[in-house]
Design a protein. Structure first.
Length: 128
């Protein structure tokens, strides 16, 4: 939720680095590490969705159709993610600074809505 609020207000995330990490980062040419990219793309949400979608069928034919549609959806998503990441530089140039700020704020609102839903679902689970 805090990430969403910072994104919606257009604030940069404040990372806390130790002096050793700061020194090592300045020595390397590319220090980018994407710890959030993999869980967001292929994390528990995707796994839970696949499990739920595959457990809704009782007939063998509908189960095969479900597997095919799910495979097509995963493949289509992978292709979209590939091209988005592959051409991220061009997308960044096309959007410019203002476009990126607008997109960041919109994504902040979406992330905030998801975070609020997680909180609501958690509270309902405790008292429901």
């Amino acid at each position: 939720m805090m990430i969403a609020i910072n994104m919606a207000y257009g604030q940069q995330s404040r990372s806390r680095h130790s002096p050793e990490e700061q020194d090592e980062a300045q020595e390397k040419e590319d220090v980018s590490v994407i710890p959030l990219g993999i869980p967001i793309l292929f994390g528990p949400g995707v796994i839970a969705t696949i499990i739920v979608l595959n457990n809704n069928h009782t007939h063998e034919l509908s189960m095969m159709l479900s597997y095919m549609l799910l495979s097509i959806a995963i493949l289509a998503s992978a292709v979209v993610v590939y091209f988005t990441l592959r051409y991220a530089g061009a997308i960044n140039k096309a959007l410019g600074v203002t476009g990126m700020k607008i997109l960041t704020r919109i994504m902040g609102l979406i992330v905030g809505a998801i975070a609020a839903q997680f909180l609501i679902s958690g509270v309902k689970g405790l008292w429901g």
